[in-house]
Design a binder for this molecule. Structure first.
Ligand code: GDP
Ligand code: IMO
Ligand code: MG
Length: 441
């Protein structure tokens, strides 16, 4: 038995779904604990490509309980179209469950996400426009609508009768947009509630039972550490807690339940949306990474910004998540680069000070320029490699350098999108984990 969190160690899109899919084979329960339809998780399995937004990627295997946890925000329309499409492709929803406490993304959240972004002008966040920020804002303001509310027409009516006029003030007066009808939303969303009713339950109780039965539980993170509301590059973040701590709150389990935390990191860095990105390459090298890595957003189709691997961010991610080991993805994308760079420290453009740890992630982050170590490329294909020793010498050195810089073992290396394009160096669940250095006397 082992309960494992898979967490994005960068700005999202690290290849978490591929790693989750790999580990889900031995899991009994797969849980999404935060985020919503902003996620885009791609798994290439048996010649098919699946793109998940709300549904845990564990649904690809039959017989696994798949949970949308209480920390998620769920757009019921997006959920229904996603599960319908998956079922058309032959997948089964028998063990799919949604937490009654998860919050619902309502039509006004979607409209307000777009309107707020537009009004921010140059200060826009670059959200996915899936209503994430406004849904979590209402949750925190204790005005949100939860999945269980969709099932009770009277409760839903009372909430909407209070909420919709307030949202209409914003829509009409602040954004010059047409008002919404509480009655129309009530009819439509009660109906949607009836469609999803069969999935809704107390998922925390389900997980607690599975823990008691010594089942294997896999917590599938969405987004990434640097997009974390508390620990990311605020305000250019999402509105949930993707980092490992968020798994306990967002799934409704105690920290003592967790055995391992696996960080997923690309062999370089990408980011979609606005915000600081010290190692970003805006030149031909950046274009080459984007083209070779097919770095196009799964949810929004936006081109991803690309740059060199950043060990400062990596160390920060080890700290925030308590990573035990790392899964490094997309190593193959670097196959055709003569020279590779890894950022080992930041230099403050204004003061000249250098930092090997992220200083303060706020305004200073914007002033950081990378200090690089240059490594030789391997200029050989890696996609067919199936063991660490089959990798070209310089690729091994690259991974060893990453491991050394982050002080965390690299357990998995991904060398292509398919399931078998994978090198397992150490068992990520039972193998070596990060050891705390000895305290200095
Ligand atoms: P996630 O959001 O973290 O699950 O990542 P995404 O699915 O948004 O983006 C990762 C993309 O890279 C997907 O298209 C994957 O199929 C693909 N991918 C994952 N691992 C590898 C790899 O090792 N090599 C290559 N070339 N592609 C990969
Ligand atoms: P997965 O799970 C990459 C980014 C958006 C934007 C910021 C806030 O596929 O890794 P939001 O819509 O959440 O309010 O947008 O966060 N973002 C992601 N970037 N991968 C994701 O998910 C993301 N989800 C949100 O681009 O910068
Ligand atoms: Mg993604």
């Amino acid at each position: 038995m082992a309960n494992v969190i898979v967490v994005g160690a960068q700005f999202g899109d690290e290849g978490k779904a591929k790693v989750t899919d790999l580990l889900a084979r031995n899991a009994d329960v797969v849980v999404r604990y935060q985020g919503g339809a902003n996620a885009g998780h791609t798994v290439v399995a048996n010649g098919n490509t699946y793109k998940f937004h709300l549904i845990p990627s564990g649904i690809l295997y039959s017989g696994k309980v798949c949970i949308l946890g209480p920390g998620m925000v769920i757009d019921p329309k997006a959920f229904i179209s996603e599960i319908d499409a998956l079922m058309e492709r032959g997948l089964d929803d028998a063990l799919l469950r949604i937490s009654a406490s998860a919050h619902v993304t309502m039509p006004y959240h979607l409209i307000l996400d777009a309107a707020e972004e537009e009004s921010r002008g140059a200060q826009k966040i670059g959200t996915t426009k899936r209503g994430i920020g406004p849904t979590y804002a209402d949750k925190c303001a204790r005005s949100g609508i939860r999945m269980e509310d969709l099932l009770d027409r009277d409760v839903l009516k009372a909430k909407l009768d209070w909420m919709v006029p307030r949202k209409n003030v914003l829509l009409e007066r602040l954004y010059n947009l047409p008002p919404l009808s509480a009655k129309e939303i009530l009819d439509e969303y009660y109906e949607l509630g009836q469609k999803v009713k069969k999935y809704v339950c107390d998922t925390s109780a389900l997980i607690f039972q599975a823990v008691g039965e010594r089942k294997n539980i896999l917590f599938e993170g969405a987004q990434g550490t640097l997009l974390d509301l508390d620990h990311g590059s605020y305000p250019f973040v999402t509105s949930s807690s993707p980092s490992a701590g968020g798994a306990c709150v967002g799934a409704g389990v105690g920290p003592t339940t967790i055995d391992r935390v696996i960080g997923v990191s690309k062999a370089y860095v990408t980011r979609v949306g606005e915000g600081p990105f010290p190692t970003e390459l805006t030149d031909e090298l950046g274009n080459k990474l984007r083209e070779t890595g097919v770095e196009i957003g799964t949810t929004t189709g936006r081109p991803r910004r690309c740059g060199w691997f950043d060990a400062v961010l990596g160390r920060y991610s080890v700290r925030i998540n308590g990573l035990d080991c790392l899964a490094v993805t997309k190593l193959d994308v670097l196959d055709a680069f003569e020279e590779l760079k890894i950022c080992t420290a930041y230099r403050d453009r204004e003061t000249g000070e250098t930092y090997t740890d992220l200083p303060s992630i706020g305004s200073k982050f914007q002033r950081m320029e990378p200090v690089y170590k240059t490594l030789k490329g391997w200029l050989k294909p890696t996609t067919e490699c199936r063991s660490f020793k089959e990798l070209p010498e310089m690729a091994r050195q690259y991974l060893e350098f990453m491991q050394h810089e982050l002080d965390v073992p690299v357990a998995i290396v991904s060398v292509g999108p398919k399931r078998d394009n994978t090198i397992v160096i150490e068992d990520p669940i039972h193998g070596p984990k990060r050891v705390l250095s000895k305290p200095t006397a």
